[in-house]
Design a protein around this ligand. Structure first.
Ligand code: SF4
Ligand code: SF4
Length: 341
């Protein structure tokens, strides 16, 4: 029996739901309003936060401050769709003294100054340490930029330096272009150029992006990716994700589960029995060629169009395998239904 110990998580994100107001073309977790409206239960919130408390490390600026890859963030989907649950999560995390907590939002809810300030103030008073505000052309297709700007302005008043914008480059570019409302990706690219998406700013070609943005990148045959490492996205101790269905996801790898987070202690001490999880076994060994051969045995044929990234190939293989058999490590199942175009 081959066992693999999961690295002990020191930071990460807790998906309260996969429900979202948007359906961004780059979403790693394929979130949208089309998912079942499942949210993490209060009982599970207490369990997962208890398991993480004592493990999560603070930002280098201390427990009361935040950093992108430090502490614990509440995310989704869009966490402000269930503000009461978000508040509950903050209360529990604060009671458990989890450091450097922040919320990630697409700002859909920031319609008026008063309401925006009230909610942010309440979160801060309840124990939340900061906020991460999402800005890029994919969010801008759904969220009027004036709401994003309102959220940034008021969050700065409430959280000071613990207001983070991801990605600031786009914030400045939208300002320069005088954008205030929603804008389609095609209209945005008319104002700028394709390189704006493909060269200048970090973008992971995984999840929904692998399908929806592939037209912007050159495709390659599968063998081009045989020697690429998954790390740092896969199997690391920082910035992993835990979802409302119990899945402990490596890094940003939507649709892959290292196991139920309820078993976190045994996952990090006893490890995973890789004989039971063939897909994990290939991915942990960084052997995408092995996974491709495994999928061939189930009847998979390589796409004649090629793949734009290793994660695109990986996603295509996993989506195919899910359609052919039951793999406990390929969860949640709904992800595979929503990730395809
Ligand atoms: S990227 Fe964020 S805002 Fe966009 S669909 Fe995914 S969770 Fe929603
Ligand atoms: S290739 Fe697969 S396992 Fe590796 S980082 Fe990409 S999505 Fe994750």
């Amino acid at each position: 029996m081959v066992r693999f110990k999961v690295p002990k998580p020191i930071s990460g994100g807790l998906l309260l739901t996969y429900q979202c107001t948007s359906e961004c073309r780059h979403c790693m977790y394929a979130c949208s309003s089309k998912w079942n409206g499942d949210w993490i239960s209060q009982k599970d919130l207490e369990i997962v936060l208890s398991l993480l408390s004592g493990r999560i490390r603070p930002s280098p600026r201390g427990n009361q401050s935040v950093g992108l890859n430090y502490g614990l963030h509440f995310t989704g989907g869009e966490p402000f769709l269930n503000f009461d649950l978000l508040l509950k999560a903050v209360v529990i995390a604060d009671e458990l003294r989890i450091p450097s907590t922040f919320v990630e939002t697409n700002c859909y809810w920031c319609r008026k100054d008063g309401d925006t300030r009230e909610r942010l103030q309440l979160l801060k008073e309840t124990g939340l340490k900061g906020i991460l505000i999402s800005v890029n052309p994919f969010y801008a297709e759904y969220i009027p930029f004036e709401r994003t700007k309102r959220c940034i302005r008021i969050s700065r008043e409430v959280f000071g330096e613990d207001m983070m914008v991801y990605q600031l480059e786009y914030y400045h570019r939208f300002e320069q272009l005088g954008i205030t409302q929603r804008i389609s990706l095609e209209d945005y690219l008319e104002l700028t150029n394709k390189e704006d998406l493909t060269q200048k700013v970090e973008l992971f070609l995984m999840g929904r992006a692998a399908h929806q943005l592939k037209g912007f990148y050159s495709p390659y045959p599968a063998q081009r990716f045989f020697d690429e490492l998954c790390r740092p996205q896969f199997l690391r101790d920082w910035h992993n994700h835990f979802d409302n269905y119990g899945n402990f996801m490596p890094g940003y790898c939507g649709g892959i589960s290292l196991g139920h987070w309820r078993n976190l202690n045994s996952l990090v001490t006893d490890g995973i029995d890789l004989d039971k999880y063939p897909v994990l076994s290939f991915l942990i060994a960084n052997d995408i060629r092995g996974l491709l051969n495994f999928a061939h045995d189930f009847g998979y044929h390589e796409s004649p169009e090629g793949y734009v990234s290793k994660c695109h190939l990986c996603l295509d293989l996993r989506t195919y395998l899910v359609s052919k058999a039951e793999f406990q490590e390929l969860k949640p199942k709904e992800f595979y239904a929503h990730v395809s175009p």
